[in-house]
Design a protein around this ligand. Sequence first.
Ligand SMILES: [Zn+2]
Length: 238
Amino acid sequence: MIEEQYDILLELQKIDIDIDKEEKKKRNLPLMIEGVTKEIQRLKNSLKNKNEDYKNLQIRLKRIELDLTEKSNKIKKHQEDLYGGKISDIKELKQIQKVIANYQKEKDSIEEDVLDLMEEVEDLDKSINYLDQDLKVKEEEFKKRKEEMDLAKLAIKKNMDSLNVKRGEILSKITDDRLLKEYELLRKEKGGNAIMEVDGSICPGCYLDLPSDVIYQLKKNRKIVICPNCNRILIWKE
Ligand SMILES: [Zn+2]
């Protein structure tokens, strides 16, 4: 009678181990999208920074263009003085020419800066485009992985449901409540097998040699024995 209960416990343990496996699979599900989620976040951050740079470059360009207009206006004004015929003093005219030349020099240098900045804008524009494309690819990948993950989740749920039904059926056959509680405590403690079938001289739970009297009891009397080393419940495998 009691032996029968242990056989049922063994069945229960098989189901419980399968349930543990499904639970582990469920815990690991987020790993399916972890990498691609991180990659998307990295791309988004990168894009944000580049767009910020782009905006700042545009502002700098606007400022420089204002500067350029100002220099042009100044040159124009001095040229009007120069060619307007109002000034006849040679020295003063030469002075104005010098001022115009200086402004022109400054203007040339600013125009070079503008060209450099425009090149920077172009490069930035390109890398923003690349990042955009990469992001789209990764978001597509995320979608796919998420779908796979949801399917896996469903499969796990289906497995768990049927395992729990089987577990319920087995539980209804256990009449020894104390034995069940002991089994559950032992399984929690051992994190896997609480009850082991023995067919030799070694405990399959702790891999240590069993004393000969323990083997004798197991073999001859088919008694339920507790492993003196790991405390697991041992039963003889026929
Ligand atoms: Zn043992």
